[in-house]
Design a binder for this molecule. Structure first.
Ligand SMILES: Cc1cc2nc3c(=O)[nH]c(=O)nc-3n(C[C@H](O)[C@H](O)[C@H](O)COP(=O)(O)OP(=O)(O)OC[C@H]3O[C@@H](n4cnc5c(N)ncnc54)[C@H](O)[C@@H]3O)c2cc1C
Length: 301
């Protein structure tokens, strides 16, 4: 029996072949995944990983795809996207919230508000999942997800589960040093009790600030480049006169020049070429080599 048939036999409609990934990225771009797996629970995930352990296939993990540019040539090996069964929230003792890693950060923020716990308000401004948020150490307005994190539960590539406390992981600006072979299953967060009205007001204020400073309803993955020390990436882009640059249908948002946009017919290559064009120009002007915040996966056509 070949791999396709044995996977179909064991995992049924949870496994797809040549699944187009464009619908799973906020850029709405990307070619097919060789093998795409959407597990409903940890047992399915664990037996899938065990099945592949000796087969030397590369494993990619997708969260909500709000920080990932996928190339047109598609993604070789396995792409795993946890199903909506991994999206849940639960209040535990001592002001701890347990969240499945597919839960949207916005949903986690709302759940904390509902339970009168503060510290999660900024997450209502970030579109990705809890898993993606932890990997990226997502943040805004001087907050980041590591500040409220308590522990995570991960699965390694052998299908084994372990729990890691926050102090076992090193977090930094837009990233962490979590082993690349770990898939985050869920996370616990610690909130502080506060008055619901105060939390709601804070949340609304941040959402409003976001609305005023950043575009919405567009095909983007948010900030393209990381800030450089104290210098904001958008300031460097502006200073270097890159704001009006474009490649085909890949444009720079008029509202926020660190947001690159697929205006409809752009290709991933257009976005990457625009990235390189801006990076070169910023370097020429400022001698600063901007580092990507977005992740780029897959191969070129
Ligand atoms: C309009 C807009 C505004 C944004 N504003 C902000 C902002 O203010 N602050 C900010 O920090 N970011 C912002 N972002 C970027 C993005 O939303 C965050 O980085 C978010 O945390 C990414 O989550 P995701 O689930 O979409 O991750 P993905 O893009 O799906 O993945 C990101 C990385 O996480 C890994 N990953 C995802 N899930 C798991 C898992 N379960 N286990 C292991 N690895 C995993 C992926 O392999 C990949 O390396 C914005 C994006 C958009 C589109």
């Amino acid at each position: 029996m070949n791999i396709e048939s044995s996977l179909k036999k064991r995992f049924g409609e949870k496994v797809y072949f040549s699944e187009k990934l464009s619908k799973y990225s906020w850029f709405n771009l990307g070619g097919p995944a060789e093998i795409f797996f959407r597990p409903d629970d940890v047992d399915q995930l664990s037996s899938f990983l065990k099945f592949f352990k000796e087969k030397n296939k590369k494993i990619n993990i997708l969260g909500a795809g709000s920080n990932t540019l996928i190339r047109e040539g598609g993604v070789e090996g396995i792409t795993i996207k946890l199903s909506s069964k991994f999206s849940y929230t639960k209040l535990l003792e001592n002001n701890i919230i347990l969240a499945g890693s597919a839960t949207l950060q916005r949903v986690l923020s709302d759940f904390a508000t509902k339970n009168s716990l503060t510290g999660f308000e900024f997450l209502s401004c970030i579109p990705g999942s809890v898993g993606g948020g932890i990997i990226m150490n997502s943040g805004c307005y001087n907050e980041d997800i590591s500040k409220i994190l308590f522990s995570i539960e991960v699965m390694d590539s052998y299908g084994n589960i372990k729990e890691l406390t926050k102090d076992q992981i090193k977090f930094f600006y837009r990233g962490c040093n979590l082993d690349k072979n770990f898939l985050i299953l869920s996370a616990k967060f610690k909130g502080s009790p506060s008055e619901k009205k105060y939390i709601e007001d804070k949340q609304s204020k941040l959402i409003q600030m976001k609305k005023e400073s950043q575009p919405s309803q567009i095909k983007t993955c948010g900030s393209t480049f990381k800030n450089f020390n104290d210098k904001k990436a958008w300031e460097l882009i502006k200073e270097s006169n890159c704001e009006k640059m474009s490649i085909g249908n890949a444009k720079i948002s008029e509202k926020h020049c660190n947001f690159f946009v697929n205006e409809g017919k752009a290709t991933s290559r257009d976005i990457e070429e625009l990235i390189e064009k801006v990076r070169k120009q910023v370097f020429k002007k400022t001698k600063i080599n901007l580092e990507l915040e977005i992740k780029v996966i897959g191969k070129n056509l």
